[in-house]
Design a protein around this ligand. Structure first.
Ligand SMILES: CC(C)[C@H](NC(=O)[C@H](C)N)C(=O)O
Length: 723
């Protein structure tokens, strides 16, 4: 098979594996929090924390995978073995979600939750080890399929590789929740009383004795796909370029760095001449090539220091931005978009933006001469003149691209802040922690005068019986600074009642047909979660006939009270009255599209380029290690989100967005300065040069030795002749 065809085939195989692997990973992530919340019955905080800890672990384990690949098994075998670990983890995870395995009394609920928790934690640990461990190897292994002169194809590979990640992510985010059996992610109700499944909202159920939410399918299908992808990958084994591991390189690197530090410390006196680089203090004991390779890696790792800040903003798509969407309207006319489905905008945009950037924007920038070329060593320039390194030199400046990517992400957060300000204008005015709010609902049957303590008397009209939208009525909340108040009704005789309000809360005073039986109802004190609606019923006197049925379309995030008269019959639905406690969300989710667009453009510039950069600047035997370092910046970014979310609670959400945007601008300025001083290298060339020098040194030594030997021989001959 011709070399080009072979390369294309290898590329295809690697991409196919990547697509299934990412389907599997993102598919599982999509339902994980829901599994914690509704199957293991953990509260929201615990579910969210364990979820983020899992994601952070997934981006820390690449270091382990890289060490195994570069120093022991090689990338190919590491991918295979860790994929097996990954698939086993997913199977364990799928088994842990089968309620029947512990449901001895067959009531539809697992009887030994501890076993389910233990199994799922073991499964998740193996998955994190597998997915994280494979990640740096897959990218580096793909890169290994190209030769040095194929830098353009290499860049295309990384772009296509990224497209596959996102195709997998998009498909799985859409399909896995369907496999689980939910109509949509956000239509799930609050967890039912212990271990009863929320049946009314499921479209698909499974189980042996009782039918439940289909978590085993949601986790099992990604597991099966993982096995398929592994088989496909192994089937292509004969076509790959496989580089051998070069011994325990990480251990040698650590020992070499340790020796350099120790040696430097031992020779700290000014009497010793300085060395060009602190790593040169390892010269006495370690190979020049190893020292040069460590210098290359350290240079890149140093450049990575500011990068986690980008991920800190990027990863808030899944948290803050989704929460923001819950306070917006997802009614797109033809279809309704749920707040968490808004996240699919990211992979959709990636799938369109990567080809546009690759084929249109970057070549255009290059044509217009806006990019500046690599700062090159003299050797490279000479070679350029000789047109030897042409393909290498005409590349764009990746670090510049990454800086622009960071600025795009900052701009996305500014957009999010503007949208937040618009949302805040529409949000209800909730009571502060020292205030209480009260609203009166009159079901008495006629207009009533109501007076609270010292306040002005109010006239509250009785609600007319109607269910039509046009005659909805709402009563504004009254705000009180005191907790103990008295209410007087202008009935005959006047009815006066003391009321005890709850601080920081909203309540409704319901005046039924018998006004002396007035009562307080607690209202919700925030917008209904996840963009859902809140509906409650207020009865006058229940007589067991409240069975009328009607359908009504509610706006996102609205809250209603239905007033049901005592004598309502199914034929008399019209006598049920609807009160709007909270207006539906009026800012449209489409307003989030600009921030998604900017963030995703930033991602293409930053993330895709960062992947290529990490590969191109790494010495041959440390490619996976540097990929792992790159992924670690993502893990650190996630940890920053956790810390900031816990500690830095700003009173206004828009202010937090602006704060993050400003921090990223500051960090990108620092990064651009660091990037300015970074000299691009061609690791292969440097390695070749050092090897050549070493070879020359040994040649010189040999020549020197030969000369000495010849001289000695001549001396001997002269001596013998003299004798
Ligand atoms: C974490 C990376 C940026 C990457 N994620 C994406 O591409 C998202 C889906 N746009 C990944 O490797 O998962």
């Amino acid at each position: 098979m011709p070399a080009e065809d072979l390369r294309d085939k290898n590329m295809e195989e690697t991409k196919r594996k990547k697509k299934k692997k990412r389907f599997s990973y993102y598919g599982m992530r999509a339902v994980l929090v829901l599994y914690f919340r509704y199957f293991l019955l953990w509260d929201s905080d615990l579910s969210t924390s364990i979820y983020h800890a899992f994601v952070a672990l997934c981006y820390l384990t690449p270091i382990l995978g890289a060490i195994i690949a570069d120093s022991w098994l090689g990338k190919f075998k590491t991918i295979i073995y860790l994929s097996i670990v990954y698939a086993v983890g997913q199977v364990i995870m799928a088994v842990s979600t089968i309620h029947d395995i512990t449901d001895t009394d067959r009531d539809g609920s697992p009887d030994n939750l501890t076993l389910h928790i233990a199994l799922s934690m073991l499964g998740l640990f193996l998955i994190a080890l597998g997915t994280g461990g494979i990640k740096p190897c897959v990218a580096a292994f793909g890169g290994d399929q190209f030769q040095e002169h194929q830098s353009r194809q290499l860049n295309t590979f990384f772009s296509v590789f990224y497209l596959c990640i996102n195709a997998g992510s998009l498909l799985s985010t859409l399909i896995t929740p369907v496999l689980r059996g939910a109509r949509s992610l956000s239509t799930l109700p609050e967890p039912p009383p212990p271990h009863r499944a929320p049946e009314t909202f499921s479209t698909q159920q499974c189980g042996i004795h009782t039918q439940q939410q289909c978590y085993p399918l949601a986790f099992g299908v990604p597991a099966a796909l993982m096995v398929v992808s592994l088989v496909v990958f192994i089937a292509g084994s004969g076509m790959y370029v496989k580089t051998d591991p070069e011994g325990n390189i990480m251990w040698s690197v650590c020992k070499c760095i340790g020796f350099a530090i120790k040696n430097r410390f031992r020779h700290r006196s000014k009497l010793y001449p300085k060395r060009e680089h602190w790593m040169d203090w390892a010269d006495e004991k370690y190979d020049k090539l190893l020292i040069a390779q460590i210098k290359m890696v350290l240079k890149v790792l140093f450049l990575y220091i500011p990068l986690p800040m980008f991920w800190t903003l990027f990863d808030q798509k899944g948290s803050r931005w989704t929460l923001q969407a819950t306070t917006m309207s997802g009614d797109f006319g033809g279809f309704i978009l749920q707040p968490d489905q808004m996240q699919t905008v990211n992979p959709i945009l990636i799938l369109t933006l990567v080809p546009i950037m690759d084929r249109l924007v970057f070549p255009l920038i290059q044509k217009c001469g806006l990019n500046f070329r690599y700062r090159m060593t003299r050797l490279k320039e000479t070679m350029l003149r000789k047109q030897i390194l042409e393909p290498l030199i005409v590349r764009e400046h990746p670090l510049k691209r990454m800086t622009v990517g960071m600025l795009f992400a900052a701009a996305a957060f500014v957009c999010a802040a503007v949208v937040q300000v618009e949302i805040d204008k529409t949000l209800p005015d909730f009571p502060s922690s020292s205030q209480s709010q009260l609203k009166v609902v009159n079901m008495y049957g006629g207009s009533l005068g109501v007076r609270f303590s010292s306040g002005e008397p109010l006239t509250i009209h009785s609600y007319e019986a109607s269910l039509s939208c046009s005659s909805q009525s709402s009563v504004d909340y009254l705000t009180f600074d005191q907790q103990e108040i008295t209410v007087s009704l202008t009935t005959d005789p006047v009815i006066t009642n003391p009321l005890r309000l709850i601080r920081g809360s909203r309540q409704t005073l319901v005046i039924p047909a018998e006004p002396e039986r007035m009562y307080l109802e607690e209202d919700i004190n925030s917008k209904p979660k996840e963009g859902k609606n809140a509906v409650r019923r207020a009865f006058t006197l229940s007589n067991g006939h409240q069975s009328c049925e009607f359908s009504r379309k509610f706006g996102f995030g609205s809250s209603y009270t239905f007033l049901v008269p005592a004598d309502v019959f199914s034929s008399e639905c019209e006598s049920v009255k609807e009160v709007e406690d909270m207006e539906p969300n009026s800012v449209h989710m489409a307003l989030q599209i600009p921030q998604y667009f900017l963030m995703t453009s930033g991602e293409v510039l930053f993330s895709v380029t960062g992947l290529q950069f990490s590969y191109s600047q790494a010495p041959k035997n440390m490619k996976s290690v540097l990929q792992a370092g790159w992924l670690c910046t993502n893990a650190v970014g996630n940890i920053i989100v956790l810390i900031v979310a816990e500690l830095g609670k700003l009173p206004k959400q828009w202010a937090e967005y602006v704060l993050f945007a400003s921090l990223l601008v500051a960090v990108s300025i620092i990064f651009s300065i660091m990037a300015y001083f970074y000299t691009y290298i061609d690791p292969a060339e440097i390695e070749a040069q050092i090897l050549k020098e070493q070879h020359l040194d040994t040649e010189d030594e040999k020549k020197e030795k030969k000369k000495e030997e010849t001289l000695e021989m001549q001396d001997k001959e002269v001596k013998q002749t003299k004798i």
